[in-house]
Design a protein around this ligand. Sequence first.
Ligand code: SAH
Ligand code: MG
Length: 213
Amino acid sequence: MTRLSGERRDVAIAATGFMPEEEGDALYTAALAAGASCPGLPMVEIGSYCGRSTVWFGAAAETCNVILFAVDHHGGSEENQIGWEWHDPTLVDAVTGRFNTLPHFENTMSRAGLTETVRTVVGDSPTIASTWTQQIAMCFIDGGHARDVAAQDYASWSVHIARGGLLVIHDVFTDPNLGGQAPFEEIYLAAKNSGKFEDVSATGSLRVLKRVK
Ligand code: SAH
Ligand code: MG
């Protein structure tokens, strides 16, 4: 596994979010491999929040000389809303009273020096996928964890991954006691059952699969 080093690592660690360091390095390693096997093709992240994972992913995209499209509506998932388990009151906009991670995401990209490599795409993931035409080297899915949202992310983005490219999924828990089952059943198992993806690696809850057909 290749470790992200230097100041960018400090920026990633300081960023608010849900990406453990070791899994960030696994994401970084996967993106470097995807860039090598599918040269020139862009990469896509679904669910950027305040940009923590995007620092690891964007650093690799920069090395590979490709653009990373970071897709998020920035309104937070269900579990981030006021009154829910993963709500962070510091991310509520003082004027609108609404949850909004976009300014925090932009600050993280600026601090990491990644504003040239990372294109911020603000919107609903399946809506953006429906107008997408280009093949991609890698898709990292870390968006909403409701079953229908996870299933839609898989259905709408997996078709754009080039052969030899990677599908990377966060929060895959095979044991229901450790976490919700949507990423495991609606994305990971869906990919395996399609016959189009094979396992590459597992680091914590981060799974890497390669598109083989
Ligand atoms: N990768 C981040 C964590 C992502 S949290 C990190 O490293 O910290 C999940 C994100 O998915 C939230 O920011 C939420 O706004 C976004 N999200 C959830 N459902 C979405 C949808 N349908 N379209 C776009 N973004 C979505
Ligand atoms: Mg996650």
